[in-house]
Design a protein around this ligand. Structure first.
Ligand SMILES: [Zn+2]
Length: 330
């Protein structure tokens, strides 16, 4: 009896590609499902329980495919099938066997249809989720050329829905635009991400860490610039304005407040109120600045008037802390 395959891409195919543990958790957003494992974690199979093993058995799929198509489309398949590996040898059934795991089965079916030239079976519209799953497969097997036109069509149909918040969709879009080299989209996404970056991300996506490093660095620049401007405005008010922070003329609070501000600036390595670029190019971090602002030493309130003025200074400092995303100390 002829063996049956879940997907026959080529009836005269000479390779059986088996996908184990299909539909593994994909790009899990950390906060909401912290206990779930990301795709990379799945590779730790030695630690999986028996029930998980059983699940893996249930989620395996066989593809009958053509080595000619695989090797033409993918350097990774080519290396596996032409190198000095067990995959390159013919088994007892007269076929060669390749194994893979964790991929989304729908993405894998589309990839195989693309590779085998079954263009009518390739969807013209895909969701962002599926597109991201496809991009991971494309990146791994280096199928960029084979997917070029399809990716252009899919992305063009989805690009009106680019997220304006920093969330999982935005990270998926970063992955898609990086893999398919859509630099205009990537540039727009990194700008959105910079303004709203929270530090959360997903692992297991083929996105170079430098993209998120740059987003984090730009976000730091934005936050420190705002804080620097507020501190500079405070300094100008204390040195140039007619009225003090409490709104009084001829109040003697200024000297004490100015010394407190100058003392703070000296305590904050890298902060230079005369030079924003120098401040930004220093190693000063946002959390560092928040911590130091939290320890701001307010002058003693020598009189009722000055108490009111000090309260204004405290409010200004606390507003800077909040602007940096920090929590005002109780
Ligand atoms: Zn005053």
């Amino acid at each position: 009896m002829a063996p049956r395959y879940d997907y026959t891409l080529d009836p005269t195919g000479d390779v059986v590609l088996t996908l184990f543990n299909a539909n593994a958790p994909f790009a899990v957003w950390p906060q909401k499902t912290s206990s779930a494992c990301h795709p990379n974690a799945i590779s730790a199979k030695g630690q999986s329980s028996e029930s998980q093993d059983a699940e893996e058995d249930d989620s395996s799929f066989d593809f009958l495919v053509s080595s000619r198509h695989l090797t033409l489309s993918s350097p990774v398949f080519k290396a596996a099938l032409t190198g000095n590996w067990v995959e390159a040898t013919v088994g007892e059934d007269g076929l060669r066997h390749l194994y893979t795991d964790d991929w989304d089965v729908q993405a894998m079916v589309i990839a195989m249809n693309v590779i085998h030239g079954h263009s009518r079976k390739v969807p013209q519209i895909v969701s962002l989720e599926l597109l991201a799953k496809l991009s991971v497969v494309v990146d791994y097997y280096q199928l960029h050329d084979a997917f070029y036109l399809y990716a252009c069509v899919w992305i063009d149909r989805l690009r009106a829905q680019l997220p304006d918040q920093y969330n999982r969709d935005l990270v998926l879009w970063i992955c898609v635009s990086h893999v398919f080299q859509k630099t205009d989209i990537l540039s727009s996404l990194t700008k959105t991400a910079t303004a709203r970056y929270t530090g959360e991300t997903v692992t297991g996506l083929p996105v170079p860490p430098k993209i998120f490093d740059e987003i984090a660095w730009n976000k730091r620049g934005l936050q420190l610039s705002v804080a620097w401007k507020s501190l500079q405005a405070l300094h100008s008010q204390l040195t140039l304005d007619e009225k003090c922070l409490g709104g009084w003329k001829n109040c003697n609070c200024r000297t004490a407040h100015l010394s407190a501000l100058v003392a703070f600036c000296h305590s904050c390595p890298g902060l230079d109120l005369n030079n924003l670029p120098r401040t930004l190019s220093s190693k000063l971090g946002v959390s560092d600045m928040v911590e130091r602002l939290g320890k701001f030493e307010y002058p003693n309130q020598k009189s009722r008037e000055m108490g009111r003025c000090s309260h204004s200074l405290k409010r200004a400092v606390e507003s800077i802390i909040r602007g940096l995303g920090g929590v005002v100390p109780a």
